[in-house]
Write a protein that binds this ligand. Structure first.
Ligand code: ARG
Ligand code: ZN
Length: 441
């Protein structure tokens, strides 16, 4: 009897000890990782200073289940690079341990990615608190298709919808052709594409913003009136619909298109590496699993081919090419595919310099500007370089807001500022190009 009681007491004590031990162990773990909220996916900003550290972070981003936000590919990580890395909760401990072991300084950029994603995808028609307009929200692919149709129907005098091809998964690629009401013979044109990269949601949002602005302010705002009277404007709101759809349904961090590869299980080609401009040289990858995979051959992807075909058949009228990306706040021009300067480098430099100055003055925001390869990194196979070589000598890529505070997860409340800045830059450049390309009588 006594022994039985004793055994029970001992048992309870054991249990208690075990419990205390477990609590202590967890506490130790917490201390060790310095991370009390590891139930959240995070985005880390990592300061890489030495070559050795660059190696570590490069390997880390490919070994662990993480997503590199910036730069676009591990090979661009060098000494003196600020790296933005998305780390799912289950890998946070391992990743931060590794960083600490190698004396890498890092800070948590975002700890609330799930919340931000929820904010970006919230269907606001069911949320009476929000008074934000349609253009200050992000929209699903279905919404955007619906919007394209409706916009064309409501403005039959100024908008035409052109089907330029279809995506790998057979979704239509629609271009909106905007025209002023003044008939002019031999009209010049501007091309704008958005959403080459699926996760850069502010980009399609800009295309929608721009179309709406053009239609609302034609004959009210002098700049847009002059633009639409002298040029037709072709707008492709979502160049990568399959990828965009995928970011809404499955993986918010997806960048490439969704084509299946013959030699690998990995999905997707980087459409901005698939054009025929020093295709698949340094700065692109021939490995299908990489984020900057160049595809099987130039224009192997139906999305890139459709755009290239359209521009080839309109190359005499299109004077200005513009591709909208995010993030980083940069106004870029060719080349991306080599360190060479284009013949009209000085002229293009002046255009982006002036545009950046206007953004600084009006919105107190700094944009970097310059030739792509020197301003970010070598990136062959880009649409802007290809368009330039086709003969469209005013060719630009804009990287919209921000600089990494929210990165791809820019909250809806920032859409209007990001778009107004880009609009200002676009107007500034377009009006100059109109002067420069005036047809000789
Ligand atoms: N950040 C974008 C990318 O990695 C654009 C880089 C500039 N390259 C270009 N071809 N414009 O594709
Ligand atoms: Zn991009």
């Amino acid at each position: 009897m006594l022994t039985k009681h004793l055994a029970q007491v001992l048992d309870t004590l054991n249990m208690k000890a075990l419990l205390i031990w477990a609590v202590l162990l967890n506490f130790y773990k917490l201390l060790k990782t310095g991370d009390c909220t590891s139930t959240h996916d995070q985005v880390l900003s990592i300061q890489v200073t030495t070559h050795q550290q660059a190696d570590i972070v490069r390997n880390m981003s490919s070994q662990y289940e993480t997503v590199l936000w910036s730069p676009a590919s591990p090979e661009h990580i060098r000494a003196d690079t600020e790296v933005h890395l998305f780390v799912p909760a289950n890998n946070l401990g391992t990743v931060t341990d590794l960083l600490k072991t190698h004396h890498l300084i890092y800070q948590v950029l975002l700890d609330n990615t799930e919340e931000l994603i929820e904010m970006q995808t919230r269907n606001e028609s069911s949320d009476p608190r929000s008074s934000a307009s349609y253009y200050e929200r992000y929209h699903s692919l279905e919404d955007i298709y619906y919007w394209i149709n409706k916009t064309a129907q409501e403005h039959p005098d100024m908008v035409k919808v052109i089907l330029i091809g279809s995506s790998y998964e057979k979704r239509p690629l629609y271009v909106l052709k905007l025209s002023g009401r003044q008939e002019r013979a031999e009209k010049r044109a501007i091309w704008i594409d958005c959403g080459i990269h699926a996760r850069e949601w502010i980009s399609p949002a800009f295309c929608l913003w721009f179309v709406q602005y053009s239609l609302n302010f034609y004959n009210l705002n002098n700049d847009i009136t002059e633009m639409l009277n002298s040029m037709d404007i072709y707008v492709l709101p979502v160049m990568n619909p399959d990828g965009y759809k995928y970011t809404w349904t499955t993986n918010r961090m997806w960048r490439k298109n969704r084509s299946l590869s013959k030699e690998s299980n990995c999905v997707g080609t980087d459409l901005n590496r698939n054009f025929d401009a020093n295709w698949c040289t340094k700065g692109a990858s021939n490995r299908p699993c990489d984020e900057i995979y160049c595809g099987q051959f130039p224009e192997s992807e139906p999305e890139a081919e459709a755009v290239a075909n359209f521009l080839r058949s309109h190359k005499d009228s299109v004077k200005l090419y513009l591709s909208i990306h995010s993030y980083g706040q940069m106004l870029l021009f060719p080349y991306s595919c080599s360190n060479e300067e284009v013949p009209n480098h000085a002229e293009l430099f002046e255009l982006v310099q002036e545009a950046a100055m206007k953004i600084r003055r009006h919105y107190r925001n700094n944009y970097k500007y310059g030739a792509s390869a020197k301003t970010i990194y070598l990136a062959p196979g880009g649409s802007d370089d290809w368009a330039y070589n086709l003969g469209i000598h005013y060719s630009f890529t804009f990287e919209l807001e921000d600089r990494g505070r929210y990165g791809f997860l820019l909250p809806p409340s920032f859409i209007s500022k990001a778009c107004n800045e880009a609009l200002l830059a676009l107007k500034s450049i377009a009006l100059r190009v109109i002067q420069k390309t005036q047809p000789q009588p």
